[in-house]
Design a protein around this ligand. Structure first.
Ligand code: 0O2
Length: 237
């Protein structure tokens, strides 16, 4: 077999292996989008700001296999984050609310929790990681697929993306003062998250004033107007 044909076949095998992971990501992203929509449709604030999903690229699977010395036959057993979902919340409390809400669904089976909020990594990384298993229906069978869900606040995400960039730039060997600065930023992020949460709780406990009542009324009117537009359209068909 020539080199190109062999490479093409290998790529096909990877694609086949990754298909259930792609379907699992789609399903979970949809689950979270449903939660967001449910909150917004009744004019309530959604604890989730944003949700994204991805399947690890073949090259970063290979990198991680090399880094962790994983044999190709064990890749699915050993790598828990081939499929990954990132959920960004406003406040720390929302992270645990969303995690409870998700784990109450009967087709979600929890495999592992890594709470890097209660126990941050040494470098300052904070996030709640859930490894769950979800059923995926292929043409001829049902398979259970592991997915890593990272749930964090906007501020934690801001920190993690900068840290990721720095780690990538210095190939994991950033100068010590940069690592120290990053750790200091992580402490600030933690303080900011705690302050924003307590401020929000204080505000929520206060009675509503006129402006907010008007705003809620406007949201209700907007919803009624949109629903009527849909009914109009259906009647015209
Ligand atoms: P990518 O490019 O985001 O996919 P390890 O990878 O050895 O640290 P393990 O056992 O695979 O850890 O699981 P863990 O700790 O749950 O980490 C899995 C993923 O969490 C990582 O995937 C990152 O996405 C994220 N993560 C973990 N630690 C850090 C960190 O210190 N900084 C940032 N920015 N993200 C982190 P990958 O494959 O490492 O990277």
């Amino acid at each position: 077999m020539d080199k190109y044909r062999r490479e093409f076949m290998e790529l096909q095998l990877w694609r086949e292996m990754l298909t259930p992971y792609e379907l699992a990501v789609d399903e979970l992203v949809l689950k979270f989008r449903h939660i967001i929509r449910e909150y917004r449709n009744v004019g309530r604030y959604s604890p989730i700001e944003q949700v994204d999903g991805r399947v690890k690229s073949i090259s970063s699977i290979l990198d991680k296999m090399q880094r962790k010395k994983i044999n190709v036959n064990d890749v699915e057993k050993e790598l828990e984050d081939i499929a990954g979902i990132r959920v960004i919340c406003h406040y720390i409390k929302d992270i645990y609310r969303m995690s409870d809400l998700l784990l109450r669904q009967d087709d979600i089976h929890l495999l592992k929790i890594k709470d890097y909020i209660k126990n941050p990594k040494e470098n300052g990384y904070r996030s709640l990681h859930l490894v769950v298993e979800v059923p995926v229906y292929l043409a001829n069978e049902k398979v259970m697929v592991p997915v890593e869900i990272q749930i964090r606040t906007i501020a934690m995400d801001f920190w993690a993306s900068l840290e990721h960039k720095i780690r990538y730039k210095f190939e994991g060997k950033a100068p010590q003062h940069i690592n120290e600065e990053l750790k200091a930023c992580s402490d600030i992020v933690n303080m900011l998250d705690a302050k924003m949460l307590s401020l929000n709780e204080e505000v929520q406990a206060l009675p509503k004033v006129g402006v907010e009542e008007h705003h809620e009324e406007n949201v209700r009117m907007q919803k009624m107007w949109e629903e009527n537009k849909i009914v109009d359209k259906l009647q015209k068909k």
